[in-house]
Every structure is written in structure tokens, then in C-alpha cells.
Design a protein around this ligand. Structure first.
Ligand code: ZN
Length: 111
């Protein structure tokens, strides 16, 4: 992956869009390349590695089970400690970013 060169989607040949993903708790932005036509995307490995290294220093780590919701959808519960400390409310908006294939980062709308 070289900078400055337009990358094309390997599936449909459309120019990939470079998206900078701001990840809560990390100074670096993760860069991903997304196809505006189909759902193809890939991560820029150097930037996402930096983000993951920053987040690894985060003191809070909770093990959670993934639960089946309906049909092919899966979900995760927030326990009461997390709800209390983040003031989570039903119906609130949350942004999901995926800096690489082993991490899911959730960002709250208002902070
Ligand atoms: Zn495509």
C-alpha cells in the first residue's frame, strides 16, 4: 500500500475512498479504505496498529459473551457498572469503529 496512489476495489474496480476513523481514547486515527459501491473495505495496517497499541494501555477490560438476538444478528450486553460509569441510555446513539480484525471500538455520541 503506497501513499498517493488511488486504490481500486478488487471486487468492482471502483476507486476506494480513504476514510479516517477517529477512535475514542486514541490520538492516532485509523485509516480504512472503503468501496462506495460494494461493501468491500480494508484497513491501512500501520495506522490501525498505532491505534490498537494506544488502546491497549486502557485500564478497563471486561470479558463479555456475545449473545444471539434474532436470525443472523448478534449482540452484547453492557453490565450495570459500564452503564453507570458511561451514563448509557436505551435509544442512545453509539458509533462502532473497527480498527482491525480483532478490535471493536464503541464511541458514544455525546461526551
Ligand atoms: Zn467495490
Amino acid at each position: 500500500m503506497k501513499g498517493g496512489i488511488k486504490m481500486k476495489c478488487p471486487k468492482c474496480e471502483t476507486n476506494l475512498k480513504k476514510i479516517e476513523v477517529k477512535v475514542q481514547g486514541a490520538k492516532h486515527k485509523a485509516i480504512s479504505y472503503q468501496c462506495p459501491k460494494c461493501d468491500y473495505f480494508e484497513f491501512e495496517p500501520v495506522s490501525s496498529k498505532k491505534v490498537v497499541e494506544e488502546l491497549r494501555e486502557s485500564p478497563l477490560k471486561i470479558k463479555q459473551k456475545i449473545v444471539k438476538l434474532s436470525q443472523d444478528r448478534l449482540g452484547m450486553y453492557f453490565n450495570s457498572n459500564v452503564i453507570r460509569s458511561l451514563h448509557l441510555k436505551k435509544g442512545g446513539d453509539i458509533y462502532v469503529s473497527i480498527p482491525d480484525k480483532k478490535h471493536i471500538v464503541l464511541e458514544l455520541e455525546n461526551s
